[in-house]
Write a protein that binds this ligand. Structure first.
Ligand SMILES: Cc1ncc(COP(=O)(O)O)c(C=O)c1O
Ligand SMILES: N[C@@H](CCOP(=O)(O)O)C(=O)O
Length: 473
C-alpha cells in the first residue's frame, strides 16, 4: 500500500514511512492511494472475531508488507491487552434504537487509547529496524491536545527509547483530570507545555513545525495527532466491531460521533469505503460548530473558539476534514491545495457542490449547546441508568434528534471518554459524581511537571530545540 498527500507535492510513502512522517512535507495529509475493500462474504466471516484478531484483519491491507500478519496480530494483542474490559470496546443498548459503544476502557479513559496504544508499539517496532547507513534513528513527537490525545500519547510513549514527546495543551482549557493525566507522568522523554491560546493555536504551531526546515533538518519530527494516518486506521476497527455485533453486513447501522478534529468520524467514512454498510454518519458538534455549518450549508469558516464543558471538542479548524474534501473533489490535489491555502490565509471557505454532494451521501450533522448536552446526560441517567461524559452526551443528543433514519436501523453513539474525566459537568447535569477507576491510581496526589509558554511559535520551537535529541545517532 502506498500513501499520497492530499496536496499532491510530497513523495508517496509506504506504511512505515507514513507512520514516522506525520504531516506530509507539502502541508497535506497522507491518505491511502486507494481504499481497500472487503466483500459482503468477507465481512460476514469476521463476525465473532476477538477484537485484536479483527483489528489485524481490518488493518493488514493498510500495513502491507511493512509487518507480517503474525507480527501485526502480536502488536494488536499487546495493545488491546492493556484495556480494562475483555471486549475492549463494549457495546451497550440504551433503548430500542439507541446504543453506545464504550471506547474509554484503555489506560487513560478516552477513545484515543485505542489508536495510541498501538501507535506507541509501531514507533518502537519501526525505530528498532536498522537504518541503511547503520546509524540510529530518533523521533521527536510534537503534538497538540485539547485534553485526551495528550494523555493517551504520553502513556503510550513514556520511557520508550528513541522517542521524545512534546505535548502542547491550551492553558486552563482542559479538565483537571485531563491535565494531571499528562503532567504527572514524570519521565525524561516527556515534556508538557501549557500555551496561552486555544487548541487551534497549538495545532497550528505543530503543523508549522513540520514545515520548518531548521527543525525538520535536525529532528525527526513525528505526529501522534490524527494527522498521522496510523491513528485513523486503528479507529476504523471499532466501527466494524460494533456493526458486526448488530447484524452487519446483513443489516445497516448508523453512527453518531462527537466530533472536533474530524478524525474519529473520518474513520467511520473509511469503514464505509471498505464495504461496511453504514446508513449514516452523524457529525455531532458543540457550539464550536464549523463542521455542522460546513456539512449543512457548505460554509467552512472558523470563528473564535468558545470554551465549553466538552473541552476536547473546542476546535474550529478540523484537520481531517481535508481528507474528506480530497475525496469530495475527485482527488484533484492541486485544486484542493489551492482551496486549503485560501483557507489558511482567510480562515474561511465554501465547499464546492461536488464536495457538498459527496459528503451528503453519508454524513449529516447536528450542533448541541450546553442545555442540549445536559439534557442528554440527564435523559441517559434517568431513563437508562447510564452516566455519560459531556462529549458522548453531545453525540447522543444528535443521535436522538436524527431524522430520516429508517426504522430498525440501530444508531450507535461513540462514547469517547469516561465520565470521571469531566466530573463537574456530569454532576451538574445528573447529580452523580463519578469516581475515577482504580487503574488511574493516585492521580491527585502526584507531582505535576509542566512549563508554560506564550502562544508563539518561536518560543515553542526554541523550547523543543533545546531539549530534543537529534534524529540520527
Ligand atoms: C472525548 C472526546 N470526544 C470527541 C473528540 C473529537 O474527536 P475527533 O477530534 O476525532 O473528531 C475528542 C477529541 O478528539 C475527545 O477527546
Ligand atoms: N480532542 C483532541 C484534539 C486532538 O485531536 P487529534 O485526534 O487530532 O489528536 C484531544 O483531546 O486532544
Amino acid at each position: 500500500m502506498k500513501y499520497v498527500s492530499t496536496r499532491g507535492q510530497a513523495p508517496s510513502l509506504d506504511f512505515q514511512g507514513v507512520t514516522l512522517a506525520g504531516l506530509a512535507s507539502d502541508g497535506g495529509l497522507y491518505v491511502p492511494e486507494s481504499w481497500p475493500q472487503f466483500s459482503h462474504d468477507e465481512i460476514a466471516a469476521m463476525a465473532g472475531l476477538p477484537y485484536a484478531r479483527l483489528a489485524q484483519k481490518i488493518m493488514q491491507p493498510y500495513v502491507g508488507d511493512c509487518l507480517t500478519p503474525e507480527r501485526l496480530l502480536e502488536l494488536c494483542e499487546q495493545a488491546y491487552g492493556r484495556f480494562a474490559h475483555a471486549a475492549v470496546t463494549p457495546l451497550k443498548q440504551l433503548d430500542e434504537t439507541q446504543w453506545v459503544l464504550e471506547l474509554f476502557h484503555g489506560p487513560t479513559l478516552a477513545f484515543k487509547d485505542v489508536a495510541l496504544q498501538l501507535l506507541g508499539l509501531l514507533f518502537e517496532e519501526f525505530l528498532a529496524r536498522p537504518r541503511e547507513d547503520g546509524g540510529d534513528e530518533h523521533i521527536t513527537i510534537v503534538g497538540a491536545t485539547s485534553g485526551d490525545t495528550g494523555s493517551a500519547a504520553i502513556d503510550a510513549v513514556a520511557g520508550r527509547a528513541k522517542v521524545d514527546i512534546f505535548m502542547l495543551h491550551p492553558h486552563g482549557r482542559v479538565s483537571d483530570v485531563q491535565r494531571r493525566q499528562m503532567t504527572t507522568v514524570i519521565a525524561p522523554n516527556v515534556h508538557n507545555i501549557a500555551i496561552d491560546g486555544s487548541f487551534d493555536d497549538a495545532q497550528a504551531m505543530v503543523k508549522r513545525m513540520f514545515n520548518d526546515s531548521a527543525m525538520t533538518g535536525r529532528f525527526g519530527i513525528a505526529a501522534v495527532n490524527s494527522i498521522n494516518w496510523a491513528r485513523l486506521m486503528a479507529q476504523v476497527v471499532y466501527y466494524f466491531y460494533a456493526a458486526l455485533q448488530l447484524g452487519a453486513p446483513h443489516r445497516k447501522v448508523a453512527f453518531s460521533v462527537p466530533t472536533g478534529n474530524f478524525g474519529d468520524v473520518f474513520a467511520g467514512y473509511v469503514a464505509a469505503k471498505m464495504g461496511l454498510p453504514i446508513e449514516r454518519l452523524i457529525v455531532a458538534t458543540n457550539v464550536n460548530d464549523i463542521l455542522h455549518r460546513a456539512l449543512s450549508a457548505g460554509d467552512y469558516s472558523a470563528s473564535t473558539v468558545t470554551p465549553t464543558a466538552a473541552p476536547s471538542m473546542d476546535i474550529q479548524v478540523s484537520s481531517n476534514f481535508e481528507r474528506l474534501l480530497f475525496d469530495g473533489c475527485g482527488r484533484d490535489a492541486s485544486a484542493l491545495a489551492a482551496q486549503m491555502k485560501h483557507f489558511e490565509v482567510t480562515k474561511a471557505m465554501q465547499l464546492t457542490n461536488a464536495q457538498r454532494e459527496s459528503a451528503a451521501a453519508l454524513f449529516s450533522s447536528a450542533r448541541a449547546d450546553a442545555g442540549d448536552m445536559a439534557n442528554a446526560m440527564r435523559w441517559a441517567f434517568e431513563a437508562t441508568g447510564e452516566v455519560l461524559d459531556p462529549h458522548t452526551a453531545i453525540g447522543l443528543h444528535a443521535a436522538r434528534a436524527a431524522e430520516g433514519i429508517p426504522a430498525g436501523v440501530p444508531i450507535v453513539t461513540l462514547a469517547t471518554a469516561h465520565p470521571a474525566k469531566f466530573v463537574d459537568a456530569v454532576e451538574r447535569a445528573t447529580g452523580v459524581r463519578p469516581g475515577l477507576p482504580a487503574r488511574v491510581g493516585d492521580l491527585f496526589e502526584r507531582e505535576e511537571r509542566c512549563d508554560r509558554l506564550p502562544g508563539n511559535y518561536e518560543a515553542v520551537a526554541a523550547y523543543v530545540a533545546e531539549r530534543a535529541t537529534p534524529k540520527h545517532g
